[in-house]
Design a protein around this ligand. Sequence first.
Ligand code: URP
Ligand code: ZN
Ligand code: ZN
Length: 460
Amino acid sequence: MKFDTIIRNGTIITATDIFRGDIGIKKGKINKIGISLDEDGDITIDATGKYIFPGGIDPHTHLDMPFGGTFSSDDFETGTIAAACGGTTTIVDFAVQPKGANLKETASIWREKAEGKAVIDYGIHMNITNMDDEILNEIPLMIKDGYPSFKVFMTYEGMRVDDGILFKTLKQVNESGGLTCVHAENFHIIKCNVERLLNEGKIEPKYHAISRGPLVEGEAVGRAIKIAKMAEASLYIVHNTCKEAVDEIARAREEEYPIMGETCTQYLLLSEDEYFKDGFEGAKCVMSPPLRNKENFKYLWKAIRNNTLQVVATDHCPFFMKQKELGKESFDKIPNGAPGIELRMALLYTYGVLNKEISVNKFVEVTSTNAAKIYGMYPKKGTIAVGSDADLVIFDPKKEVDITSEKLHENVDYTPYEGFKLKGFPEVTLSRGEIIANKGEFVGKIGRGEFLRRNSPIIL
Ligand code: URP
Ligand code: ZN
Ligand code: ZN
């Protein structure tokens, strides 16, 4: 037997293991793992001195997403090329339900955005913004069809749902075998603060952060958890930023409630200081929830280490500075979101593993394995095992990179990580056995990415 591809002599690292060996790939799957395998491959990759990780899974992206009168600037082509170059081989993107559309229609709109464009495999979360009996009845059908995760916003005028709808969603999704995700911030308090600040003539980007402090998030996280308890449902809280939020999740988990949480690269590495830069610079990091003070970094790392948070995602939602300028005269009109899809793996390796915040196994767990489990893709995705998709990153731990936005493939004119230094970067990315990125350049075929029909979640 001959493999299609054999990767020789790499250090293979999963969420639980580390050993030196070879990986034989056939028909897009991992066929054999062992030491000095006898068989040859049509293609041989020498991974001596390199790490081999499961391809990254980013379960929180917003490609081609309507927001604040514009669209996020990466579509499924540019966004997934950037992901591939940075070692991410799977995303789960949020399909936002337009007014008047049911969930099936919403899923079709998102599938159309992705088809013929995506270069890596993708799942779709259903982002419910309007609820009635038709939508409620569609939930079990969507789960059967491979869309087992549903998200609601507790804030954002026009997209948010109230506590009653959150309760109904949690109950129905849970009873149907799915998972509800929530963006937790207190809409009413934000609204009061925004009105007051603008009335006082405080229009600059920094007031975005001031209008939605840590308690605004912590209160909503606590409330969402209590509503999940009342609904007897599991819950996943997206993009946690601060102690106030993490403490609520930790308490619920200690009480053995099925509550899970995510943070994002930016909340571990960037602080509210970004908002105090000159001129309109702060707009680059206008996102919700906003960046917090540096004290929170240590709580977030600790929460990752002790499994209070299971996933580090990106919430990739880029806008060009020209788009950000929609809010030049009023911070509440700045489209919310920032880029991050391309650098997540390398940033977390340098600032997480090398800074001794997390082990290299934990790195794999939070960048890939846990998302695969929680979002119903395991063991097809998220690990290195015989039978799994050959979604792999050959990572050069010695490669030094100074980050600058010109080097990146994200379709946006800045990166919030400009000037950051990296040690370690993905050298080759394989998706279902195909080399799709090599030394930071995309070498795959546009549109090769496949829609992932996902299974029921595993609660971690
Ligand atoms: O600011 C953000 N996070 N924009 C994307 C939408 C969301 O809230 O996740
Ligand atoms: Zn959000
Ligand atoms: Zn988001």
